[in-house]
Design a protein around this ligand. Structure first.
Ligand SMILES: *Cc1c(COP(=O)(O)O)cnc(C)c1O
Length: 399
């Protein structure tokens, strides 16, 4: 198994040789390939767009994209123009779609690079087609319907005008409408009435567009949760994000459970570090800022050199567990910017011992899902917030 480091973004990129690669988010690219393969099977015939926005949900966008393509994805999805251009500049030629921008962004360059763009309003179609004329290449457009999330997309009342704008741009040779699409609000709650309602509204939007003469290559609606549980949402293309990284979009409480678990998804990220120090202290000692933890007896403390600047939530103070020396240990006292402390009692630990903060759970370490539940958030936030100071290292590159 080979191990490669992806030069991290941010201010530390030119001092890689000083980074400790024992403190790292280890990314199992074989797991990403495996997960994409499972999702493709589950999508029964639909093509798969792997969503790699937000630095591949914190896993590293370019390596995650390569792994997803190797696993059978045929599209990549990102939020911003900059993310799309990062994929192109890394030499990735697969279809890339991008969906979140404000007026005045550099559409011309992105169209020239052959990136597909979402359009949710007549004004946006017009701005993008003007940029296409400058780029000397038709824009590839996906018209976005708001089927009930009330974020981007044309509401049903504005949809026919958006379809007309797409048809006009196509007739003038400035665009090809290659997609019709929308996004789900409550797919992670199977049976939520919004799911049926969104399917209905999107179905109607597709009918209106096709009746008006649009013949898109792909109609797409399903995020991870809908890919797993809502067959009617799969259409021609599914757009999973979180499940590509092996995290369950519909977790049931506890370390295991949910449709992602049943399918065999495998978490791709393991966050590890090494103890910077182990030392004995007496009873009644206050630990870390604010003394929010006090030792109850003479004990051994371990110092973990990761903190909230690295994405360890400060709300994890006296709450989250990490795995050290064969067991889970609760964080003792306040999570600081760069470090936190654990109390191991009379167990034997030493500086340099491995700390597993979260991972797939194989050795008994917590999962990102368990951290999320303890904090009252979702696993997406745990993995995407891992900071720029943590190098990502890659296993399974050639597997
Ligand atoms: C982030 C995102 C996805 C992926 O959602 P998951 O819940 O991570 O599967 C799909 N489509 C759009 C438009 C998104 O913004």
């Amino acid at each position: 198994m080979s191990l490669r480091q992806w030069p991290n973004r941010g201010p530390v990129a030119d001092t890689l040789e000083f980074m400790s690669f024992t403190t790292a988010a280890r990314i199992d690219l074989a797991a990403i390939r495996h997960n994409v393969g499972l999702l493709r099977e589950r999508a029964s015939g639909a093509a798969l767009m792997a969503v790699v926005k937000a630095d591949g949900y914190g896993h590293g966008m370019v390596p995650a994209a390569h792994a997803a393509l190797a696993g059978g994805a045929s599209w990549l999805g990102v939020a911003t123009l900059a993310e799309a251009m990062t994929l192109r500049r890394a030499g990735i030629e697969a279809p890339v779609m991008c969906w979140l921008y404000a007026p005045g962004e550099p559409f011309e360059e992105v169209i020239a690079a052959g990136v597909d763009l979402s359009a949710h309003s007549v004004a946006q179609v017009e701005e993008i087609t003007r940029a296409a004329v400058r780029a000397g290449r038709p824009a590839r457009l996906h018209l976005k319907a708001d089927s009930g999330l009330s974020r981007s997309g044309a509401s049903p009342a504005d949809w026919p005008a958006l379809v007309d704008a797409g048809l006009r741009a196509q007739a003038e040779g400035q665009a090809a409408v290659v997609g019709l699409w929308s996004h789900m609000a409550c797919a992670d709650e199977p049976g939520h009435p919004a799911n049926a309602s969104q399917l209905r509204v999107f179905g109607e939007a597709v009918r209106i567009a096709e009746k008006a003469g649009l013949r898109p290559e792909v109609r797409h609606l399903a995020n991870s949760a809908a890919t797993l549980t809502l067959p009617e949402a799969r259409y021609d293309l599914v757009r999973p994000g979180i499940a590509v990284y092996g995290l369950d979009p519909i977790p049931s409480p506890g370390p295991v459970g949910g449709p992602g678990w049943d399918l065999g998804l495998r978490p791709a990220m393991t966050l590890t570090g090494r103890l910077a120090l182990a030392k004995r202290v007496g009873a009644g000692e206050g630990v870390s800022y604010g003394h929010r933890y006090t030792t109850s007896a003479e004990t051994t403390l371990g110092l973990v050199p990761l903190g909230y600047a690295d994405g360890i939530p400060r709300q994890g103070t006296n709450l989250l567990e990490v795995w050290v020396a064969g067991r889970r240990r609760r964080i003792a006292g306040t999570v600081c910017m760069d470090q936190f402390v654990i109390d191991v009692g009379d167990d034997v630990i030493k500086a340099g011992d491995e700390v597993v903060l979260f991972g797939p759970g194989d050795r008994g370490e917590p999962t990102a899902q368990e951290w999320a539940e303890m904090l009252g958030t979702i696993s997406y936030e745990i993995v995407t917030r891992i900071g720029a100071r943590i190098p990502r290292t890659y296993d399974g590159v050639d597997a």
